[in-house]
Design a protein around this ligand. Structure first.
Ligand code: FE2
Length: 384
């Protein structure tokens, strides 16, 4: 009797499910959020619930809006999930206004495509970076461990309008199990508070390497060269974002033979050696490294940190970076240049603190803030 009932029920249930999908109204499900902003480019990311041609209408000043779409291998991108519209040839230091566009594809046959509604969002704005800007303002969050309410509380006291960008410095997620967690743990909060108008740059922590969805995190970001290690220039400052990988040896039982971070870090090291002799790095007045696990000499270093200290420390020492900003230890610390082992100071913020910093032509100023936005410590790094 039960089997008999199921034979009738399954088509009915499936039919209802398909009907619900087909009748969902086209919406922007998440976003927009800015990624990979530079002096001349920006990527605008968003998500729709139906198959669309994603686009962005953009303009500066009194000019007319221009529609931009992205393409891959000669085909204009279409999709029903995450969209990343890359816009190039922007002017440095320019304020841009933009709107999202989603042109629905109702039927997609080889020689006929039937379009449905076109959805257009409200206006947002962002500014490209400029070599001539006198100051760089940025905020660093780390070790949020899925606590979006903590991130929101930090942002309540953060001077959002003054920031050029944000760095999410690792362990923002605990371990990554599914897409919904990426949105609920940080991304939706970032979008709600700042990310539609200010970009964030991700520095992967050791916890973001864990869980069955860890390999998909990159799908939600737009990283230079699609790597978790990269350089970024804002005005007189070169930021070098590093991925420290896991904190324990690749052979650790709980990694189940699925970790290959020694090889990964050595490849990253080769990139770093090129980065520190690049024109952008050499010509920058200030060089700041953003890395989740601090790179410092310490006999108590676990495997991952010891690996970074052994291989990356000497390269960073030689290249005379001005400051390293880290997390991971869940304890605030200011490690002086003479104590890090590599000639640079290290600022570590705990899992209940965040950093606001400014770079002008002569110094880097850092404020360490608590959950209520109270400044608990301040530091200044002068020009070397
Ligand atoms: Fe960590």
């Amino acid at each position: 009797m039960r089997n008999y009932l199921m034979i009738f029920l399954i088509p009915f249930l499936l039919g209802n499910y398909c009907f619900a999908q087909e009748n969902e109204v086209l919406t922007f499900s998440h976003g927009p959020y800015l990624q990979n902003v530079s002096e001349t480019g920006a990527t605008i990311c968003f998500n729709t619930n139906r198959l669309v041609v994603p686009g962005v209408m953009i303009k500066s000043g009194n000019n007319d809006f221009e529609l931009k779409v992205s393409s891959t291998d000669g085909l204009v991108n279409v999709g029903n999930h995450i969209h990343k519209v890359r816009i190039e040839n922007l002017k440095p230091g320019q304020l841009y206004e933009y709107k999202l566009v989603a042109k629905e594809i109702e039927e997609y046959y080889p020689y006929i495509v039937v379009f449905g509604d076109t959805l257009i969002s409200k206006s947002y704005s962002f500014k490209t970076f400029s070599t001539t800007q006198k100051q760089v303002n940025f905020t660093v969050f780390c070790d949020i461990h899925d606590q979006a309410t903590k991130l929101a509380k930090y942002l309540d006291s953060n001077a959002i309008e003054k920031q050029d960008c944000y760095f999410l410095n690792g362990d923002i997620l605990g371990h990554i199990e599914e897409e919904a967690q990426v949105y609920s743990s940080f991304l939706d909060t970032c979008i709600r508070k700042f990310a539609s108008e200010k970009p964030f740059y991700y520095a992967r922590g050791n916890h973001e390497t864990r869980g069955k969805f860890a390999r998909q995190l990159k799908n939600y970001l737009d990283l230079p060269d699609n790597k978790y290690y990269y350089g970024l220039t804002i005005a007189n400052t070169r930021f070098v974002i590093l991925d420290g990988g896991e904190d324990k040896p690749d052979t650790t039982t709980v990694y189940a033979g699925l970790a290959d971070f020694d090889n990964y870090r050595l490849k990253e090291l080769e990139w770093l050696k090129k980065e520190v002799v690049s024109e952008e790095f050499v010509n920058a007045q200030f060089k700041i490294v953003i890395v989740h696990m601090p790179i410092k000499q310490d006999k108590k270093n676990w495997y991952g940190m010891a690996f970074l200290a052994e291989h990356f420390g000497p390269v960073l020492k030689e290249s005379k970076i001005d400051l390293m900003i880290s997390g991971h230890t869940h304890k605030n610390a200011w490690i002086k240049s003479n104590d890090s082992g590599f000639g640079y100071p290290v600022m570590i913020s705990s899992n209940n603190n965040y950093i606001e910093a400014q770079v002008n032509k002569s110094e880097i100023s850092i404020q360490l803030k608590d959950l209520d936005g109270k400044i608990v410590d301040e530091y200044v790094v002068g020009k070397r």
